[in-house]
Design a binder for this molecule. Structure first.
Ligand code: ZN
Length: 119
């Protein structure tokens, strides 16, 4: 049976696959806070819904650092895009391109906080 490959999201450093259950899974740490946790980003076009633990209180933070959950590498983009984090997208034709997302909370991101706490 031939299975069509899906779009993949990988870490720029270790090339680990970051997509789990349809969401990009990253470690997030607010710039002004030592707490860190796991974050799920829904990659659907135009719908960057972010799900995190309610104890991280993401909506009150201005700025985030994102880390690869596999190698721990900081995903902040370099040079002209320091305000962005970067991962690599591999499309169904095996072409690679960069996916940038903001390190700052703004109207382009919707933060969904999961209530209840088991993590
Ligand atoms: Zn990595």
């Amino acid at each position: 049976m031939v299975t069509k490959l899906d779009v993949s999201y990988v870490c720029p450093d270790c090339r680990s696959y970051l997509l789990l259950f349809g969401s990009i899974t990253l470690i997030v740490k607010p710039c002004t806070n030592e707490k860190q946790g796991l974050l799920l980003i829904d990659p659907a076009m135009g719908k960057y819904e972010i799900i995190g633990n309610s104890r991280l209180d993401l909506t009150s933070m201005d700025c985030f650092d994102y880390y690869c959950p596999s190698c721990g590498s900081n995903l902040a983009a370099t040079n002209t895009k320091k305000n962005m984090a970067r991962i690599i997208v591999i499309d169904i034709d095996e072409k690679e391109y960069d996916l940038f997302f903001s390190r700052y909370f703004d109207e382009h991101s919707t933060f969904k906080v999961v209530e209840g706490d088991s993590a």
